[in-house]
Design a binder for this molecule. Structure first.
Ligand SMILES: Nc1ncnc2c1ncn2[C@@H]1O[C@H](COP(=O)(O)OP(=O)(O)O)[C@@H](O)[C@H]1O
Ligand SMILES: [Mg+2]
Length: 235
């Protein structure tokens, strides 16, 4: 049996808009195992980002719990959650998330630099830089190492963000509409690279998307509607 990386049980989340609380997640269950690439497919506004923010420990559910490798994590304090985020999870967002004042290489190294500064890594900065360069090389981006994000294309930035998501060798990458800002050709390149690098590194992926075509990169698709997940077709 592949290891269960992340599980969520009975997640409930409402947004409080003054008079009325708007329920978005209504008792949702979810799990992802090692080696899986799961697409969460649903229309805009159905709660995919809300779910990923909770799975990624950036937001807390009103009810329910997230388990990372069997340990409850969503109820931990912020510093413990930050540690799981930094060491165990990688993130890819729709919009540019690279830090504009740092070069591509510095951006990719950043999560490793944080882990080292917090005394959580046995790696040296030089080793982390080598690992970052090897990830960039694999995607043909090494030549961009000393450029700033503004000096690169949207597709290149998103693929550099993928290298950053992998630098600490996370168990899981959470990708929220990772190609939403790109044209089809560049979007497909991001999906190809995401799938290839995740599989090479043994990293599971959960990807939120409203685009059915994106699900062909996934090993499993779940449909989100009315605040819960239904099973989808296995490809
Ligand atoms: N911070 C917030 N405050 C109030 N409502 C929110 C907030 N974030 C999201 N929502 C609402 O929750 C619903 C789900 O949003 P979201 O998770 O972003 O959906 P998706 O990612 O599937 O487009 C939407 O109706 C949205 O308007
Ligand atoms: Mg969203």
């Amino acid at each position: 049996m592949p290891e269960l990386i992340l599980a969520a049980k009975n997640l409930r989340k409402s947004y409080d808009l003054g008079e009325a609380a708007v329920p978005v997640l209504k008792g949702l269950d979810f799990s992802v195992s090692a080696g899986e690439f799961v697409a969460v497919l649903g229309p805009s506004g159905c709660g995919k980002s809300t779910l990923l923010n909770i799975l990624g420990l950036m937001d807390a559910p009103n009810e329910g719990e997230v388990l990372f490798r069997g340990s409850p994590v969503s109820s931990m304090d912020e510093s413990a959650r930050a540690r799981v985020r930094n060491e165990g999870l990688g993130f890819l967002f729709q919009f540019d998330s690279l830090l504009p004042e740092f070069t591509i290489l510095e951006n990719v190294v950043m999560p490793a630099r944080i882990a080292i500064a917090c005394g959580r890594s046995r790696e040296t900065l030089t080793q982390a830089q080598e690992q970052a360069l090897s990830l960039l090389r694999e995607l043909g981006l090494e030549r961009l190492r000393d450029r700033f994000p503004v000096q690169t294309s949207g597709g290149e930035r998103q693929r550099a963000a993928l290298c950053r998501a992998l630098i600490n060798r996370p168990a899981l990458i959470l990708a929220d509409e990772p190609t939403g800002n790109l044209d089809r050709k560049n979007g497909e390149k991001v999906f190809d690279d995401l799938k290839a690098l995740a599989s090479q590194n043994g990293t599971a992926v959960v990807m939120a998307t409203h685009n059915e075509a994106a699900c062909r990169w996934a090993s499993r698709t779940v449909h989100m509607s009315d605040g819960i997940l239904g099973s989808g077709l296995d490809f």
